[in-house]
Design a protein around this ligand. Structure first.
Ligand code: KIV
Ligand code: ZN
Length: 387
């Protein structure tokens, strides 16, 4: 099995979600949990962006021991020097420099020629290497860049000392086949590519961030960048928990492994949601409230006979206590009777049938039936049975 490194950017790209603002204590709490989760790299923030982020990154670099701590910097000396002051405490100081390489970004945003961009990239990496043993260089908007220009600039930054090359799909535009092909092209055309770690960074604008990240791994990426609950700019980043669980559950096809401690997933997801104030959509894969909930009678009956009928991931894997058979209008008698026993009722079949009828009538009027509703219905039958 090939080991894939997980680079968590919840505290940097994730925090770039509209409406999120974490203070140092909150960032530190999340970083500690990400360390427990087993992430290889934690991007703690963007030290040159604000004094608050500088302090948070410094505190995290001083505290976290078993994950590498990094921070983001533009390809300018002042950002790199500021980042060093925040990150120098780490056991293996790591810096993440980015510079746009697509014609759209070079022309409209940077207002630089491709030659000037190559020069800036090389100078910034050389400068970073004066301090940092580990330097990741990201070609922002790599997916919309000219592949031969990417080959040229990547070769140069590797020669300048970069240790990881990241090829982001910054605007979430790629399809899995295209994103995979870009990795394949660089693998085959950059002479020094085997000297560095190759990284994938996907945004979710078209809902393909996780699929694109897996396509990159299949085409040679050694690292995937992701956020907890998929938070991030616009529609977010690849969701770390989905990626790790997908690789694990489908190891029969992928043959890749990560160091993620699955039983920490639920706790991490809840913590990030609570501290960022970003709710998790109920039907979100792996960590959504309904990810292990079964409502229809046919599904509930199957689950009660054998969980493998409708469950491909066990809730226990991610540290969730149990699955849920939610009682609603689609539920069947089997799940209803089970719930009655669980609630301590021992009714005859006739009374269960009566209670089930009453439950169905109520379920037609209410979206979800609470335990209190069930108590009332079942107690009613219990009283009649006792009379
Ligand atoms: O999406 C992106 O291109 C980024 C870079 C800064 C790596 O987040
Ligand atoms: Zn990004």
């Amino acid at each position: 099995m090939r080991k894939i490194d997980v680079f968590d950017t919840t505290l940097r790209d994730g925090e770039q979600s509209a409406g999120i603002n974490l203070n140092t204590a909150e960032k530190l709490e999340i970083a500690r949990q990400l360390e427990k989760l087993g992430t290889d790299v934690i991007e703690a923030g963007f030290p040159a962006s604000s004094q608050g982020d500088f302090e948070a990154v410094r505190k995290i670099a001083q505290t976290v021991q078993s994950s590498i701590v990094t921070g983001l910097a533009r390809a300018v000396k002042s950002d790199i020097d500021t980042s060093w002051e925040a990150l120098k405490y780490g056991a293996e100081p790591h810096l993440h420099i980015f510079l746009a390489t697509s014609p759209i970004h070079m022309t409209h945003k940077l207002k630089k020629t491709p030659d000037q961009v190559v020069e800036i990239a090389v100078e910034s990496v050389k400068h970073a290497k004066k301090h940092f043993p580990l330097v990741q260089w990201s070609a922002e908007d790599a997916f919309r860049s000219d592949p031969d220009f990417l080959v040229r600039i990547v070769e140069k930054v590797i020669q300048a000392g970069a240790t990881t090359i990241n090829l982001p799909d910054t605007v979430g535009y790629a399809t899995p086949a295209e994103y995979g092909a870009m990795f394949n092209y660089l693998k085959n055309n950059v002479k020094s590519i085997d000297k560095v770690k190759l990284s994938a960074h996907c945004h979710n604008d078209l809902g393909m961030a996780v699929a694109n990240s897996i396509a990159a791994i299949e085409n040679g990426a050694d690292q995937v960048e992701a956020t907890i609950n998929g938070i991030g700019e616009r529609a977010g980043n690849a969701a770390l928990e989905e990626l790790a669980v997908a690789l694990h559950i489908r190891k029969d096809v992928y043959n890749f492994e990560t160091a993620i401690q699955f039983q920490e997933i639920k706790r991490t997801s809840q913590l990030v949601s609570q501290l960022t104030g970003m709710a998790i959509q109920a039907n979100k894969a792996v960590v959504g409230k309904n990810a292990f909930a079964h409502e229809s009678g046919i599904h509930q009956d199957g689950m009660l006979k054998d969980r493998s009928t409708y469950e491909i991931i066990t809730p226990e894997l991610i540290g969730e206590t149990s699955n849920q058979l939610v009682l609603g209008k689609h539920s069947g008698r089997h799940a209803f009777k089970n719930k009655a026993v669980e609630l301590g009722f021992d009714l005859t079949d006739e009374k269960i049938n009566e209670a089930f009828k009453a439950f169905k009538t109520l379920a037609d009027k209410k979206k979800q039936i609470s335990e209190d509703d069930l108590y009332i219905i079942l107690t009613d039958q219990q009283i009649q049975e006792d009379d």
